[in-house]
Design a protein around this ligand. Structure first.
Ligand code: NAD
Length: 260
């Protein structure tokens, strides 16, 4: 594949965890990557790693809850990488929020990043696709917690259910433009976000971090926690032309937790 025909993917929250694995996987698939993250230093490291492996990548600083910043980051990507074909709205916050402790600030912050970031990413991608005169692929991060209610996650779960709804609506609205919109629903993935949730669960029970992680593995049919690469493989499919006839779907990649 020549550089001219390489497609471009913009991945939010690409500096660590699932987003980092998605950046690496899509680079291996032959796409040029914009590693878009709040944490520019870590994003630069991921971009450097991709370049060291022979891929093409840039790091872009973005706060996905800031609409103008998302549009600017997508514009930068089009200019620097010479195209725009795939957006992965992956950045998200996942705090535990016992129902009675939910504050206005927590609710606003998590919705602004998880749901707002998805709206702004979708809008910025539509603008870029229209300007470039072609369709594209929009891929959103939902969760198994966006399929069923999880204890203690009323705010996070609400955002992830919302993202599935937005994905379905956007799929119908954007089909005439040749844009497909799908979501991925990971289970329990070994990332800094999940480590934080497991540590909090362990602390509350006065147990070890390992115990905290095990509590989440119990309900997985395949009896292991997910690696970020398991999720990246699912996103690779959604970003590829193999999924061209799929839209509005939320693929569950959770080792067998939720069965629909
Ligand atoms: P993580 O916390 O390990 O990494 C998130 C990344 O997003 C970080 O690099 C962070 O800097 C960046 N980020 C956070 N807020 C941002 C903002 N406002 N603007 C730009 N970047 C921002 O998270 P993760 O576990 O890799 O999760 C990635 C996505 O997958 C999230 O949407 C999460 O809800 C979803 N998910 C994760 C799990 C899991 O078990 N880890 C399960 C289901 C769904």
């Amino acid at each position: 594949m020549t550089n001219e025909t390489k497609r471009v993917a913009f991945v939010t929250g690409g500096a660590q965890g699932i987003g980092k694995a998605i950046c690496e996987r899509l680079a291996n698939d032959g796409l040029k990557i914009a590693v878009a993250d709040f944490n520019l230093e870590a994003a630069k490291e991921v971009a450097e790693e991709i370049k060291n492996q022979g891929g093409e990548a840039i790091a872009v600083k973005v706060d996905v809850s800031d609409r103008d910043a998302v549009f600017a980051a997508v514009d930068t990507t089009v200019k620097e990488l010479g195209g725009f074909d795939v957006i992965v709205n992956n950045a998200g916050l996942g705090p535990q929020t016992p129902l009675e402790d939910i504050t206005y600030e927590t609710y606003r912050k998590v919705y602004d990043v998880n749901v707002g970031g998805t709206y702004w990413g979708i809008q910025a991608a539509i603008k870029a696709f229209k300007e470039l005169g072609h369709g594209g692929k929009i891929i959103n991060a939902s969760s198994q917690a966006g399929q069923v209610g999880n204890p203690g996650l009323a705010v996070y779960g609400g955002t992830k259910f919302a993202i599935r709804g937005i994905t379905q609506t956007a799929a119908k609205d954007l089909a005439p433009l040749g844009i497909t919109v799908n979501a991925y629903c990971p289970g329990i993935v070994k990332t800094p976000m999940m480590n934080g949730i497991a540590q909090q669960t362990a602390d509350e029970a006065g147990k070890s971090f390992e115990w905290g992680m095990e509590q989440f593995a119990q309900n997985i049919a395949l009896k292991r926690l997910s690696e970020p690469e398991d999720v990246a493989a699912c996103v690779s499919y959604l970003a590829s032309h193999d999924s061209d006839y799929m839209t509005g779907q939320a693929l569950i990649i959770d080792g067998g937790m939720v069965f629909n």
